[in-house]
Write a protein that binds this ligand. Structure first.
Ligand SMILES: [Fe+2]
Ligand SMILES: [Fe+2]
Length: 138
């Protein structure tokens, strides 16, 4: 069975996924100005992807005998489009670092299903990171 360390890390991942799904969706709602038509829909699309991540990780955690958290890590919306993008780029960097750790822990515990799940999610977080980074360029 999964160790306490892995279960805690999965809940940390869920808390972050809930955070960014709300963060990006609220940014989609609150973004103003010249970028709102172009960037807003991207925020919305990624917000929905993050909620699916929360679902997949919660399903896995539940299967492993844990109880999925309902508490997000702190949400930061930002005012201007550029601030929002910077916050989101950092959130994706944090997710990438955490998910690399989880992949290593899962491998050590011979939990190949969790490892595979996080490899798949990791590649999507790298896509998000790339999208936000590109939008920040002049
Ligand atoms: Fe995610
Ligand atoms: Fe992401």
């Amino acid at each position: 069975m999964a160790t306490k360390v892995l279960l805690e890390k999965l809940n940390e991942a869920i808390a972050r996924e809930i955070q960014v799904s709300i963060q990006y969706m609220w940014q989609h709602i609150m973004i103003k100005g010249i970028n709102s038509q172009s960037v807003g829909p991207i925020f919305r699309q990624i917000a929905l992807a993050e909620m699916l991540h929360a679902e997949m990780i919660a399903e896995r955690l539940e299967y492993l005998g844990g109880e999925p958290t309902t508490q997000p890590t702190p949400i930061a919306i930002g005012k201007k489009a550029k601030d929002m993008l910077k916050l989101n780029k950092k959130s994706e960097e944090d997710a990438i670092a955490l998910y690399k750790k989880i992949i290593k822990i899962a491998e050590k515990e011979d939990d190949y299903t969790t490892k595979k799940l996080f490899e798949q999610i990791l590649s999507e977080e790298e896509d998000h990171h790339n999208t936000f980074s590109m939008l920040l360029e002049d």
